[in-house]
Ligand binder design. Structure first.
Ligand code: UT7
Length: 324
């Protein structure tokens, strides 16, 4: 059976580092509060580059590490909730920048679970033999939709992009199981409105600001429940036990969410990879950046079982289990 294997990974973070101490000059907060409540020490905040620029730079690196040429890419999916335009999509502009002239391209909106949704969709195209090589990107400039006066959210997020090239293979490696969920009944606990309805027939809703609002504790509880369930799902589907898993790469939102998820999943915390200390929460980019960091640090060996798991606005959640 045809499988989707990861042929290469890449990531890119803007150069500008913003520490917790830097943020304490903007809002009433402290390194002590942010570190102990979230595990985050610093994040990157773009001062020039767009979501498309970050996506392009991560993609170049993913293509380089895959040995697959841009012209061989059949499809580009960019998961983002901070696109630069309603149209064209980030994916279409990146296609042009890369010279991926034979690919279809679209953006995908599943908030912080975007990369997991994108991988699952790409897997279907590969399994059905529709496409051979697919470039997936998670790219975000969350800094543009943060309320920089709200200390409850602005300290959590960062900008960045992660990318990977999936390719068709008949080997036993690759994606073995996936699971996706959405619970629209909780859509109001994590929101960011788009532009208001404003036309000659309706001039009433001009005050909607495109800024993130969050009920932190509700998201926190949802996250732990979802991560635990999604991990259980993919283990069951792949008929594997937690002991056989080398790494779990969770969405990088909060160290305490990850610790609690490890506890409820009965999986040692050391297996959960964390890089939120230096990236913050980069939304759809986080799992891709983390996977690239692990891969580039030579911590993954052929045959290792890995779970990628995410949750986010919507509320969405999902996981992928793969054999490296
Ligand atoms: O991709 C998904 C995105 N979101 C998440 O994953 C977020 C999930 N939720 C969380 O991570 C946590 O709920 C937070 C880190 C956001 C907040 O932690 P918490 O332990 O739930 O704190 P809290 O909201 O209950 O606030 C406790 C106190 C409050 O003060 P009072 O009312 O007790 O006086 C807050 O005003 O901490 C205050 N506070 C802060 N203090 C210093 C909230 N943010 C800050 C801050 N610095 N940055």
């Amino acid at each position: 059976m045809m499988k989707a294997i990861i042929a290469g990974t890449g990531s890119y973070l803007p150069k500008n580092i913003v520490s917790n101490d830097d943020l304490s000059k903007l809002v009433e907060t402290s390194d002590e509060w942010i570190s102990t409540r979230t595990g985050i020490k610093e994040r990157r905040i773009t001062n020039q580059e767009t979501t498309t620029d970050l996506a392009y730079k991560a993609s170049v690196r993913a293509l380089e590490s895959s040995n697959i040429k841009a012209e061989e890419i059949d499809l580009i999916i960019c998961a983002t909730m901070t696109p630069d335009n309603f149209m064209p999509s980030v994916a279409c502009v990146v296609q042009e920048m890369l010279g991926a002239i034979h690919s279809a391209a679209f953006d995908l909106s599943a908030a912080c679970t975007g990369m997991i949704y994108a991988m699952s969709i790409a897997e279907q195209f590969i399994k059905s033999k529709t496409y051979k090589n697919i470039l997936i990107i998670g790219s975000e400039t969350l800094s543009r939709i943060l309320n920089w006066e709200d200390r409850g959210t602005c300290v959590l997020f960062g900008d960045g992009a992660g990318a990977m090239v999936l390719t068709a293979s008949e080997k036993s490696n690759g994606i073995l199981a996936s699971t996706l969920y959405a619970d629209g009944s909780k859509n109001s606990i994590l929101t960011c409105p788009a532009i208001p309805l404003d036309n000659p027939y309706n001039r009433q809703s001009k005050n909607r600001e495109s800024k993130i609002k969050m009920e932190g504790q509700e998201v926190f509880k949802f996250a732990i429940r979802s991560v635990t369930k999604c991990i259980k799902d993919v283990l069951q589907k792949a008929d594997l036990s937690p002991d056989e898993i080398k790494y779990i790469i969770p969405h990088q939102a909060n160290k305490r969410i990850i610790e609690q998820s490890a506890k409820y999943s009965n999986i040692p915390e050391e297996k959960f990879f964390m890089n939120l200390q230096h990236c913050g929460n980069t939304s759809a980019a986080s799992v891709g950046i983390a996977l690239d960091e692990l891969a580039k640090a030579n911590k993954l060996n052929t045959g290792d079982y890995i779970i990628l798991v995410g949750f986010g606005g919507g509320m969405t959640s999902g996981a992928i289990l793969l054999k490296w």
